[in-house]
Design a protein around this ligand. Structure first.
Ligand code: DUC
Ligand code: ZN
Ligand code: ZN
Length: 480
């Protein structure tokens, strides 16, 4: 339905302007002061509020089969919960089992995602390597709009990509103009440290962070960055949780390398004391990887966002309920890894970021939508309030408050890592493709209304540096 939003201030990543916004046909059709609109247009009063691009969560795992169980949140419930929190797009992960053809996994995830209430896109994980993986990567990029591939450097004996897989896949990414992304933890060290903790009788969730210390993440981040440097392609590091990996990213960026970093709402706000809680259910509910860290790392992550060395925020939304987590009662290494947040990311980031003065409103838009849209090549269709963009819009009430709780959230999980936190600054309206799907507590998400978003491959600039490289220019030495 044609809608005009009047009286609010449009906040984009670059500028804020008090102006009207007119939507029709799922797109933003006009922006201007006192817009003339056709008779019958629905009028929304956004006085005193901000009109921002709907959030993009570039890192979710809806209904993921993982660690012997399946994430409880599916593509409908998860995207609907996102809409309640102002997030209008997700980029989820297709994760093939080792030896599973990438195209089979992609088709499976597409089938699951048909019920999405909001727009969605896919990164595809490279968990093994042979000629068929090489070929399927090409088909995914050229025919299905996948422009990013994920590599798990952890989860040994499961989905871990070793250096051989990384190098083969990164080389293919260069050919295709696709962005490699990494979950950076040294899987061998995690494997050994888990065994060591269990042998010492540390079987509870407190063993989880002890087996995945910051250096384990720092090592893998540094290794991935150096591989990308040698191969001369950009790199996106997911869920940067600690100073060790942020420092590696910052150093690389200072040296001119194109490395991007994502941080999670949870890592910005929660520290590792949760794992030492005497209640197993509470501690296990926080088990995710990389784990929550000592407080000093939170401060570093905020600085990373403020300095621009971290560009995006995400959630790694991956829900497991108490009965699923209970599998690891006597062995922390069996607790399914994952926590929720797709509904809460925008509000907790506004509250802890904008209200505290750490981020401007424009930086908030960058960190919650625009930067992800740019990095993953869907800007300005997403991440921008501009004519021609998808009408994915959140009207943000800076005075509204909400106390976060598992009792009232829309996520399909029995726990909330932000439980009891009162946030100031919440969405009053969310529009998805021009449809009003959230209005002051009333969720009107529609099963299946979300579209798959194709993301085009990266072009010229992506490969340009390679043409100037020493490796590229090198020739054999002539000898007699
Ligand atoms: N980390 C998690 O906590 N869950 C899913 C996968 C991951 O890398
Ligand atoms: Zn991960
Ligand atoms: Zn993840």
């Amino acid at each position: 339905m044609a809608t005009v939003i009047r009286g609010g201030t449009v906040v984009n990543a670059d500028v804020s302007v008090k102006t009207d916004v007119y939507l029709d046909g799922g797109k933003i059709q006009a922006i201007g002061v006192d817009l003339d609109v056709p008779a019958g247009t629905k009028v929304i009063d956004a006085g005193g509020q901000y009109i921002m691009p709907g959030g993009i969560d570039p890192h979710t795992h809806m209904q993921l089969p993982f660690m012997g169980t399946v994430a409880s949140e599916d593509f409908y419930t998860g995207t609907a919960a996102g809409l309640a929190g102002g997030t209008t797009s997700i980029i989820d992960f297709v994760i093939p089992s080792p030896q599973q053809p990438l195209m089979d996994a992609y088709n499976q995830w597409q089938e699951w995602a048909q019920k999405s209430a909001a727009d969605y896109s896919f990164h595809v994980a490279v968990t093994w390597w042979d000629d068929s993986v090489y070929k399927d990567m090409g088909e995914l990029v050229n025919q299905h709009g996948v422009n990013s591939f994920k590599h798990f450097m952890a989860y040994k004996n499961a989905i871990m990509a070793d250096d051989e897989i990384l190098v083969n896949s990164f080389r293919r990414c260069i050919e295709l103009g696709a962005m490699p992304t990494v979950h950076a933890e040294n899987g061998e060290l995690v494997f050994q440290l888990q065994k060591e903790m269990l042998a010492r009788g540390i079987t509870g969730p407190e063993g989880h962070p002890l087996s995945r210390p910051p250096a384990v993440e720092g090592e893998a981040t540094n290794r991935a960055i150096k591989i990308a440097e040698v191969m001369e392609l950009p790199l996106y590091v997911v869920h940067v949780s600690c100073k060790d990996s942020l420092d590696a990213i910052t150093k690389a960026r200072n040296e001119g390398q194109r490395v991007y970093g994502e941080c999670l709402a949870g890592h910005l706000l929660i520290d590792d004391s949760v794992y030492r809680n005497e209640n197993f259910e509470f501690a296990a509910a926080h088990v995710m990887s990389p784990p929550f860290r000592e407080k000093k790392h939170q401060a570093a992550l905020w600085q990373g966002l403020q300095s621009g060395n971290l560009q995006t925020t995400a959630t790694d939304h991956c829900c497991f309920c108490a009965d699923q987590k209970a599998v690891g009662k006597d062995d922390f290494s069996l607790i399914p890894n994952g926590t929720a947040g797709v509904e809460d990311r925008m509000a907790v980031l506004w509250d802890a970021g904008v209200n505290s003065g750490r981020l401007t409103m424009n930086e908030f838009v960058g960190a919650t939508s625009a930067n992800a849209a740019k990095i993953f090549n869907i800007y300005p269709r997403k991440g921008s309030i501009s004519v021609g963009a998808d009408a994915d819009i959140v009207i943000w009430d800076p005075e509204g408050t909400r106390t976060i709780s598992a009792k009232t959230h829309h996520q399909n999980i029995d726990f909330n890592i932000f439980e009891g936190r009162t946030v100031k600054g919440i969405p009053s309206h969310t529009f998805s493709n021009g449809n009003l799907v959230w209005l002051n507590g009333d969720l009107r998400a529609e099963r299946g209304a979300g579209n798959y978003i194709k993301r085009p491959a990266f072009t010229a600039g992506f490969k340009a540096s390679r043409l100037n490289s020493e490796q590229h220019k090198a020739t054999a030495v002539k000898r007699n």
